[in-house]
Write a protein that binds this ligand. Structure first.
Ligand code: NAD
Length: 344
């Protein structure tokens, strides 16, 4: 077998206060008129960046929402066209960054992404857009943000619940990279270190959400995990999250959090190398460690809590089984339904 590892060009800044470098990064790209797109939680960072951009600050858009609906992108494009911008800066989670990618897909302008969650979209060339409730995903090299600015200070106020679910979302990218059929020595190294950073930082950050060292480790873990998502193919866990999220319109990070332990339990017996790495990192049964983390979430912890009907599980299992993502554990409809029932 021949292993193929491809690295896409991108420039990443990481450090406390890194957001203050955004104007220099924009200038470096030669941009003169910048669109700043942010979600509500990033309002104060948006205002800071806007002021620091000075004459380059040309337009703002605050309407990004989850799953990148085309109707919202159309609104943003009206702003882009009216203001003649030549670069976009996004500040927020995957929703803001998804909007930035959708604008890039339509204009080709450079994108500086300033992530405030651990979802990892900023380091992937993937865009999922929703039209009439149907999400279509594409992967194109040009969609990868050319510049990423990780500033831990933008994560210090993140609520504990979002911290937990968003970081487990990141962990899921790393875990699935460990059993991916196209894993490489590079993705294995990234995924192993991402899992270590994420799992070892949870206790300190959940106990003390303003812990800068712990938050920095989570952000570094999210960067590495997002890079795994960009590098190798994801398996049953991501397929279930996509299928359930699309069918029942469920919250992205919460869904990842309640599913992951069940998929890990299902897959690890068929993925000994991943099992060995994760067991060493978790200091015991990885599925149990992830289940304990997920159980500490004070929001919905089971599919039924999210309003998924028990009689809807079989149809999802059959759809997944009809065209499964590559996965070490069984993906026939009965096996997939058993995983879903456990999460229900
Ligand atoms: P999000 O961007 O939707 O944010 C969730 C909520 O948290 C929002 O209300 C947001 O305002 C708030 N928030 C964000 N950062 C915060 C902070 N630091 N403090 C307090 N509140 C904060 O959630 P997400 O999970 O980051 O992104 C989900 C979206 O990203 C989905 O549409 C998903 O499909 C997409 N995504 C895409 C990729 C990809 O590679 N294309 C990867 C991961 C996620």
């Amino acid at each position: 077998m021949v292993i193929v590892h491809e690295t896409a060009p991108s420039r990443v800044l990481l450090g406390a206060g890194a957001r203050h470098a955004v104007p220099d990064e924009v200038a470096r790209l030669g941009a003169r008129r910048v669109l700043v797109a942010a979600t509500g939680s990033a309002r104060s960072a948006r205002d800071e960046v806007w002021a620091a951009l000075g004459e380059r600050a040309a337009a703002r858009f605050d309407g990004a929402v989850v799953h990148t609906p085309v109707a919202v992108t159309d609104e943003a494009m009206a702003v882009v066209e009216a203001s003649g911008v030549d670069a976009v800066v996004t500040i927020g989670g995957g929703s803001a960054i998804g909007l930035g990618k959708a604008v890039v897909a339509r204009t080709g302008i450079p994108h500086v992404a300033v992530p405030t969650t651990y979802a990892g979209s900023e380091v992937t060339p993937v865009l999922g857009e929703t039209r009439d409730g149907v999400k279509e995903t594409r992967r194109e090299a040009g969609l990868l943000p050319g510049t990423v600015v990780y500033d831990v200070e933008l994560t210090l106020g993140m609520p504990v619940g979002l911290t937990l679910t968003s970081a487990v979302n990141a962990l899921a990218h790393a875990v699935e990279a460990l059993w991916a059929p196209d894993a490489t020595p590079v993705s294995d190294a990234l995924a192993t270190e991402a899992s270590r950073l994420l799992l070892s930082s949870f206790p300190a950050v959940l106990a003390s959400p303003g812990d800068v060292a712990g938050r920095t480790a989570l952000q570094e873990g999210a960067w590495l995990a997002g890079t795994c998502l960009a590098t190798v193919r994801m398996g049953l866990h991501h397929q279930l999250a996509h299928a359930l999220g699309g069918t029942f319109d469920l919250p992205h990070a919460e869904l990842h959090t309640l599913l992951l332990a069940h998929v890990v339990r299902h897959n690890l017996p068929a993925a000994p190398a991943a099992a060995a790495r994760l067991t060493a990192i978790a200091g015991g049964d990885p599925a149990a460690a992830i289940a304990t983390l997920a159980a500490s979430y004070d929001g919905p912890r089971r599919l039924r809590d999210l309003g998924v009907p028990a009689d809807g599980l079989r149809a999802v299992a059959e759809r997944v089984a009809a065209s499964p993502y590559p996965n070490p554990g069984a993906t026939d409809a009965d096996a997939v339904e058993a995983v879903l029932r456990a999460a229900w």
